[in-house]
Ligand binder design. Structure first.
Ligand code: SF4
Ligand code: SF4
Length: 201
């Protein structure tokens, strides 16, 4: 099995549901977004349009972040998911330099969104997942998957724009969407073999 994601840009309404549900799920510190929605305007008034692009770790087949990690903290977990063993991470940040997609974050010291009133419910519940002085990123919601749930960004996409499944199964929904609608990956020239695919708007 090779886990992967498909994001349908035709359905995405840039509601930021994925970005916010990811933050709630992981209780990530200020400035850290395992899932993000990038927005850009194109054209000149009155013929302008907005382009949306939800992004996250691509869980690459030939992941440069895994290759450069001196301690094997960054590794391929089962089903192709790229994860970080925080007990092994020495915070050297070589993986951040190597990732062509800027999908990794260095957690320097614990910070909360509202320091004067202490951690929010989400931050308090999740902060043990985020030790200081190590690198952090999306792991396709490993804890949720262990409970048989979909990643938070998929489960909470109000537009039904995100799909998750086995890229190696030709009959899975993700494989059929990629085949039928010409799914593509971001920056294929980087040669990393992303497992996150997009369907054109
Ligand atoms: Fe787009 Fe779905 Fe993310 Fe909303 S939750 S921004 S619709 S991908
Ligand atoms: Fe590594 Fe970046 Fe690929 Fe994620 S997107 S697997 S962090 S190289």
């Amino acid at each position: 099995m090779r886990l992967g994601m498909v994001i349908d840009l035709k359905r995405c309404i840039a509601c930021y549901g994925c970005q916010l549900s990811c933050k709630a799920e992981h209780g990530t510190p200020p400035g850290v977004f395992f899932a993000r929605v990038l927005k850009r305007e194109e054209g000149r008034y009155p013929t302008v349009r907005q382009l949306f692009l939800p992004v996250l770790c691509n869980h690459c087949d030939d992941a440069p972040c895994v290759e450069v990690c001196p301690t094997e903290a960054s590794h391929h977990a089962p089903h192709g998911v790229v994860d970080i063993d925080h007990d092994k991470c020495v915070g050297c940040r070589a993986c951040m330099m190597a990732c062509p997609y800027s999908n990794r974050y260095f957690h320097d010291e614990r910070q909360f969104y509202f320091p004067e009133s202490g951690p929010t419910l989400y931050e308090a519940a999740r902060s043990e997942r985020h030790p200081e002085r190590v690198v952090m990123k999306c792991n396709f919601c490993a804890e949720r998957r262990a409970d048989g749930k979909l990643p938070a960004c998929v489960a909470n996409c109000a537009a039904g724009a995100r799909y998750f499944g086995d890229l190696h199964d030709p009959n899975s929904e993700v494989s059929r969407l990629i085949k039928d609608r010409g799914g593509f990956t971001l920056h294929p020239e980087a040669g990393t073999g992303p497992a996150v695919y997009y369907l054109a708007p």
